[in-house]
Design a protein around this ligand. Structure first.
Ligand code: NAD
Length: 494
């Protein structure tokens, strides 16, 4: 990643964007569009087609048609695998272009986006390419004279609705296993970060994915997303986003065709530091990035820091220094630690969280100011509050911004009680040099992911999913394939 390569791409003009339906790029039938505003400087980059009911219906029909014709669903798995590898090749060949395009759209610092976006998306396509020809059925242990076969079949039409943070990575987590299993897909990116996924769709066509197998409808959640969620011919809705929208999707499914709904939602993840942590300086550095990277717009962000009282003051002072020294600035500068907040609306939500924390009596230590390192852009310095109590809004509600709440605890039992005192259950971390304590905590914490002596970085080989109100189902790993396959029994009299 070199600054001159990034600078060569940062001002390229971006064409107005169409919908991809049945292999054809086309405007919305109503002609309506939405502006794409860059959080770097508040300038409009281009427009997105705003798909209405008729467009969504055509996209679902194209997906259904390709599925029933078998152009992909009945293609030899080894051939599907080759196409998925070719998609990964193309992502790698366009790595810099995809990374810079995504950052112009959503403001993630380039150092992070470089790895987490095209880098991870290519790896995800390769991982699931290798799954495509390893979907074995089963033979059940039936009595003599009968044969019970368990087939694994693609389900049909998968609608994937994804958020604006890490769109390529999260989009790939849904598209790649759904395609590897033989399904057809209709993708709905976030209206705040569609550009890199639209580019990915073209790369998929270039790699030989047949027309209609991947369709992309852009637009607002309330119109385009809702139309997909209520469509009678969508079999599966795979969603990553907020809890309130997750609830709407369950309702839409209940009121339409009972499509399966898989939800990957938010969190208020506890990051627990014991006084026997092997290296407090390292723990502070990693914990700071566990909440502040990508301006806190990370579903697994360690936004509730629980620190054992004996090391509390020392640890908070370390964090305060780190937060104060993080460089917030132009996300396309390779030296920037933290880029822009994705939208003006998210910046206002972050500010509201900071004001509420102050009003409710949390102790402000540093940050939380709106700044303008690039004129017109949306930026906020990383904020740290200690003296947070479990009843405060900052301890209970996800901000999805760079705001860290610190709560003290006395012993292991209190740490567990505080950690689980939440409606969420997405991620968590434990810092300790005591191996037995680490394993006890892994069992006691109610979350889909427990880091030990680190924060962030689990790769594609392990599942990501929440418990409680953080969702159901899993992205990543072989387990994600289960979401996109149906089991069919053949019961045979011999
Ligand atoms: P969001 O819920 O506002 O939007 C997500 C997607 O849903 C967007 O594409 C949006 O257009 C669409 N949408 C909005 N309203 C809709 C409706 N009524 N019907 C259908 N679709 C609709 O979330 P966001 O602000 O884009 O992302 C932030 C949230 O995502 C946070 O809560 C974060 O924790 C969560 N998230 C979770 C994970 C995970 O893996 N668990 C990963 C990333 C983000």
């Amino acid at each position: 990643m070199k600054q001159e390569h990034i600078d060569a791409l940062r001002h390229l003009p971006i064409a107005n964007q169409d919908l991809l339906i049945d292999g054809q790029w086309q405007p919305a039938s109503s002609g309506q569009t939405l502006p794409v505003v860059s959080p770097i400087d508040g300038q409009t980059l281009c427009t997105l087609a705003a798909a209405g009911l008729a467009d969504v219906d055509r996209a679902v029909q194209a997906a259904r048609c390709s599925f029933e014709q078998g152009v992909w669903s009945r293609m030899a798995p080894a051939e599907r695998k080759k196409v998925l590898h070719r998609i990964a090749d193309r992502i790698e060949a366009h790595h810099a272009e995809l990374a810079v395009l995504g950052v112009r759209d959503n403001g993630t610092e380039i150092a992070m986006a470089w790895k987490a976006e095209p880098g991870s998306a290519a790896g995800t396509f390769r991982y699931y390419a290798e799954c495509a020809d390893k979907i074995n059925g089963e033979i059940a242990p039936t009595p003599d004279g009968t044969l019970g076969l368990i087939h694994k079949e693609p389900v049909g039409v998968v609608a994937a609705i994804v958020p604006w943070n890490f769109p390529l990575m999260i989009g790939a987590w849904k598209i790649a296993p759904a395609l590897a299993a033989g399904n057809s897909v209709v993708l709905k990116p976030s209206e705040d970060a569609s550009l890199s996924l639209l580019r990915l769709a073209q790369l998929c066509l270039d790699a030989g994915l047949p027309a209609g197998v991947l369709n992309v409808v852009t637009g607002t959640g309330a119109v385009t997303g809702d139309a997909l969620a209520r469509h009678m011919d969508v079999d599966i809705l795979a969603f990553t986003g907020s809890g309130p929208v997750g609830r709407l999707l369950l309702k839409a499914s209940a009121e339409s065709n009972l499509k399966r709904v898989y939800l990957e939602l938010g969190g208020k993840s506890p990051n627990i530091v014991f006084d026997d942590a092997p290296d407090l300086a390292h723990a502070a550095k990693v914990s700071a990035m566990g909440i502040y990277r990508n301006s806190g717009q990370v579903c697994v962000a360690g936004s509730r820091l629980l620190v054992q009282r004996s090391v509390h003051d020392e640890f908070v002072e370390r964090l305060q220094k780190i937060a104060a020294n993080l460089r917030v600035g132009d996300p396309l500068d390779v030296m920037t630690d933290i880029g822009a907040v994705c939208s003006r609306a998210q910046l206002s939500r972050n500010q509201k969280a900071v004001h509420t924390a102050r009003e409710q009596g949390a102790r402000w230590r540093v940050g939380g100011e709106v700044i303008a390192p690039v004129a017109g852009g949306f930026y906020m310095t990383p904020a740290l509050f200690d003296g947070v109590t479990p009843d405060m809004t900052l301890a209970r509600e996800e901000v999805f911004g760079p705001v860290l709440a610190v709560l003290p605890f006395d012993d292991e039992a209190e740490a567990v009680r505080l950690a689980n005192d939440t409606t969420y259950g997405l991620a968590s971390a434990v810092w300790t040099g005591n191996l037995s304590r680490a394993h006890r905590m892994v069992r006691a914490i109610k979350a889909g992911l427990v880091h030990v002596n680190t924060y962030g970085g689990p790769d594609i080989t392990v599942p990501l999913g929440g418990v409680r109100q953080s969702g159901n189902g899993h992205d990543k790993s072989m387990h994600a394939m289960d979401k996109y396959l149906d089991l069919k029994t053949a019961w045979i009299q011999l």
